[in-house]
Write a protein that binds this ligand. Sequence first.
Ligand code: DAK
Length: 258
Amino acid sequence: MAYRNIILAVEEGIATITFNRPKALNALSIDLLQEFDRALEEVSRNDLTRVLLLTGAGEKAFVAGADITELATFDALQAKGFSQAGHDVIGRLQLLPIPVMAAVNGYALGGGSEIALACDFIYASENAMFGLPEITLGLIPGFGGTQRLPRLVGKNRAKEMIFTGQMITATEAERVGLVNKVCTAETLMEEALKTARLMASKGKVSLRAAKQAVNIGAETDLITGCNFEIDAFALCMASGDAAEGTRAFLEKRKPDFK
Ligand code: DAK
């Protein structure tokens, strides 16, 4: 499928989507959001894809938020189209059963931060900056930022970022638990791919079950979460992955998951 505002590449079971409007710091236009949604659909249809990695083109930005030049001109119908495209894409991203990583290589602002927050975890370059500046535009975060950021960094830290619109550095983002790892700009993709390859070498059924169990557990009480884990564990045992993984251990070799 042809894309103009993103690049989709799949190699060794790892799909990489690159937001590709570097002259506008990869800002989220309606076209970009619609292409991102189509690319996620393409990724979810490909059974061979094990991990998804998101990043931005150029050296300055992951995504500098909604495209303000478009935003400023929206009539009610266009605003609805933007909102719909945004919610479709975030919904699809969240429901992907495979691990999704963001490699944040510069500014991740507004909708850009919110896309990164909807990923399973984030690696960032030293020059990355995170922020939800919507308040400065007379708005509030509209792609889940008011919900996901407090869950990750705590209510009060999130409120400070959302109420002031101020950005935080990659180091600060790592310190507060928003980012898992900070790398140099040169090594970011290499480090992200290393982790992506490691995950891609694991069994698909167990990866899916692990992701679901953690996500469901984070939104429910402990007993319900543990009950989900019991069923998911049983599902893994019934899969070829568990048979191969345990056999490989006993035969002192690396597992070869199908
Ligand atoms: N939109 C459009 N163009 C942008 C842009 C953006 N968000 N950010 C940067 N650009 C463009 C600049 O206009 C400039 O273009 P030229 O002048 O070269 O043509 C080029 O990218 C380079 O940017 P700068 O010259 O400004 O670069 P600097 O290094 O000086 O500054 C910066 C970098 C990231 C600090 C600055 O560009 C900046 O503050 N950008 C805007 C950040 C921002 O406020 N983003 C929007 C957040 S609000 C909704 C759901 C979600 C949302 C809305 C509604 N609904 C459900 C309805 C989301 C809202 C947001 O994301």
